[in-house]
Ligand binder design. Structure first.
Ligand code: GLA
Ligand code: ZN
Length: 671
């Protein structure tokens, strides 16, 4: 879908549910879409019950009409398979399709994300429907993308899942001996003698809370299994579509840093990445940026589609504040700044019943175009026409990579100890934010990705060193890279079994340290240290470490470990390995990482006032800067070279002091 050659502009549109409306309204929708510059609609997201009234009857009449209508009106289509919510009759007649929750409660029909991924009923009918849709609509040239399911997520703990889990385990471990070893079942007498003895880890078995388990090994494997189970559902539908349309462009809408699904694994099965961005107004802009960068990163830096965002308001937050004037535009361009080649909304027309009737839409309940929100959408639509294909296909040029890994995320948060406040994403975000807010370009990569194209690789809380990742890091540093990791790293291997012989395990020689102990500080407590003449707090965890070749300039100032190093740097081969043994505040990370970047000859895309974000993308060797003023005041930036303003066509010579009104955006291409 995001083939710039074919499309020629940033696609603009969103989820359209005409089936919820009488046909008289459809023509008016078409008029309003044209007015707003809409060129793509996502159809059929939740129509399973309408398309299939019973086991053997399918009815596509209404969808045919809708497809024809949008086609006649020149719209492109992203066609969903409708399997994001199953029909009531299916649940009634085939209860295996219903999920069982973490607490063991079997669900009845209702809500969505409601199908068990290991249900034979779901597997049969979802794939069959996907195939029928492909057969029926394969001739439509405007069908540019397939949208399988919707926001896959959640977990199931039913008997079908339990049986499938055992099969998954057999494939993974081969023998019970290997499994007993991997899970360390000698602890608390858990040895298994028969596969049938293994039950799902939930509130009825190993857990005492959702994130608190007595056996990390089994719980971690269940997370992997659950992610794989849902992925198999996606893959089965995708394969059905592809059997009919071999070159179909297939996706499903992801959700940024969504814990339940290992998107780095999912990305391999997706033709392009799409995702739904629903920040709260008070979220720091770096938080959205981090999600965008992840979504770009899981597919090797390729552009993605912003599949959903609200034009104005959501319905599911505690306080559903309006997006302030110009913020929809600002955040749309922010998505593009980080790699989006399409900008889409949920939803096109605001529904009248059920929980999303107060969710924002392109067309509001009032039904006409004279609204603030519609005017903003229309203005943005015009701008995207002006912009054309200028930014399509552009790629990032980051020299810094941040390592993110779902196994680490899951296992860090399953670990009983050392601190309940230790959250994987919080640590990642501190490092990311410090860089992002200073306009350093960052790629978010996984363990399997190539480190060698980066000068700096940051891996906060690399708790689990899977496979041979330590070798990869060793080589990266030896060849001149700078690697950074933190406290609670190198602790375990991929089964969550401790690597003995001194922390941080397999990373110890690279980092040139030995962490003997780690002190978890209660939430209000802090130690302190100084860095380049300024004092900073040390909170959460304080590592007590010994230098084994590394050097340090900062030392704890209090407690019995006063005088021990806080962070260290080890010259290793041609590169450096840096270890930060505690958590500090954002000011520290900003200073520390800026210095680290400088040492590596990396500079920000542009120096700006706080709250002005600049990202750089490259297209055909030319730099494109996205300058985004997230602040409430007017700002200005000084151009480092002559650039063309892609939204106005104006040429701005080097040294220009460029003015941005509050929430304004500039897209500036190098000439
Ligand atoms: C999700 C879904 C949409 C809609 C929106 C509302 O992103 O994919 O169908 O429910 O939330 O915010
Ligand atoms: Zn299940």
């Amino acid at each position: 879908m995001i083939d710039s050659e074919k499309i020629g502009k940033v696609l603009y549109g969103g989820d359209y549910n005409p089936e919820q409306w009488p046909e008289e309204v459809w023509e008016e929708d078409m008029r309003l879409f044209k007015l707003a510059g809409i060129d793509i609609v996502t159809l059929n997201v939740f129509s399973w019950a309408a398309l299939q009234p019973d086991e053997n009857t399918y009815c596509f009449d209404k969808l045919d009409k809708i497809m024809n209508l949008v086609t006649e009106n020149g719209l492109k289509v992203c066609l969903a398979t409708s399997t994001g919510a199953h029909p009531a009759w299916m649940a009634h007649r085939h209860p295996d399709i219903l999920r069982t929750e973490f607490n063991g409660m079997k669900r009845k029909f209702g809500g969505r994300h409601n199908s068990c991924p290991n249900s034979p009923t779901f597997q049969l009918y979802s794939v069959r429907l996907a195939k029928k849709l492909a057969e029926r609509y394969k001739g439509y040239d405007n069908l540019v993308a397939w949208h399988v399911g919707n926001e896959y997520g959640g977990e199931c703990y039913c008997e079908n899942c339990e049986a499938a889990f055992r099969v998954w385990l057999k494939q993974k471990y081969g023998t019970l001996e290997a499994l007993n070893k991997a899970w360390n079942t000698a602890f608390w007498g858990h040895t298994f003698y028969d596969w049938e003895e293994i039950v799902v880890p939930n509130l009825l078995s190993e857990h005492f809370e959702e994130d608190r388990t007595m056996f990390q090994g089994i719980s971690l494997d269940y997370r992997r299994f659950n992610s794989d189970s849902l992925l198999k559902c996606y893959e089965a539908e995708a394969a059905a579509i592809r059997s009919v349309i071999p070159d179909a462009q297939i996706t499903t809408n992801l959700m940024g840093f969504y814990k339940s699904l290992d998107y780095q694994k999912w990305a391999d099965s997706m033709d392009f990445i799409s995702w739904d961005n629903y920040p709260a107004n008070e979220d720091p802009y770096a938080r959205m940026a981090m999600n965008h960068d992840l979504m770009r990163g899981i597919k090797g830096g390729k552009p993605f589609v912003l599949m959903e965002q609200t034009p104005s308001v959501t319905n599911w937050l505690a306080y559903n504040a309006l997006k302030r004037p110009d913020v929809m535009r600002l955040w749309s361009y922010q998505a593009m700044a980080h790699g989006a080649d399409a900008v889409m909304f949920f939803q096109m027309r605001r529904s009248i019943g059920a929980c999303e009737k107060y969710h924002g839409a392109v067309i509001d309940h009032v039904g006409h175009e004279n609204t603030r929100v519609f005017r903003e959408i229309q203005a943005m639509g015009k701008e995207l026409e002006v912009l054309g294909d200028e930014t399509l296909g552009a790629r990032g040029a980051a020299k810094i990579a941040l390592l993110a890994d779902w196994d680490n995320w899951w296992s860090v948060e399953y670990s009983a100890g050392p601190s309940r406040d230790l959250k994987y994403l919080d640590e990642l975000f501190l490092y990311y934010r410090a860089l992002e807010e200073q306009n350093f370009q960052v790629d978010i990569i996984g363990m399997k990705d190539d480190f060698s194209k980066y000068q700096v690789v940051l891996a906060p809380i690399l708790y689990m060193t899977k496979g041979t990742v330590d070798e990869k890091i060793r080589k990266f540093v030896q060849e001149g890279g700078t690697f950074l990791t933190t406290f609670f790293s190198g602790m375990v291997e991929e089964h969550d079994l401790v690597v003995t012989g001194g922390y941080p395990g397999r990373l110890r020689d690279i980092l040139g340290i030995w962490v003997e102990e780690s002190d978890a500080l209660p939430s209000q407590a802090a130690n302190h240290f100084s860095y380049k003449g300024t004092e900073y707090p040390a909170v959460l965890l304080c590592d007590l470490m010994h230098l084994e070749g590394a050097e340090s300039e900062s030392f704890y100032q209090e407690d019995f470990y006063a005088g021990m190093p806080v962070w260290t740097k080890h010259h290793f081969g041609k590169g450096n390995a840096v270890y930060v043994g505690t958590r500090s505040n954002l000011e520290f990370y900003k200073r520390f990482l800026r210095d680290l970047c400088e040492e590596n000859g990396i500079s920000p895309a542009l120096e700006t006032a706080e709250g002005v974000e600049v990202t750089e993308r490259l297209k055909e060797g030319k730099s494109i800067l996205f300058v985004l003023n997230h602040t409430e005041e007017a700002q200005s930036v000084r151009l480092e070279k002559t650039r063309k303003d892609l939204l106005t066509g104006e040429v701005l010579p080097e040294g220009t002091e460029l003015f941005l009104a509050k929430k304004d955006v500039k897209i500036l291409k190098e000439l």
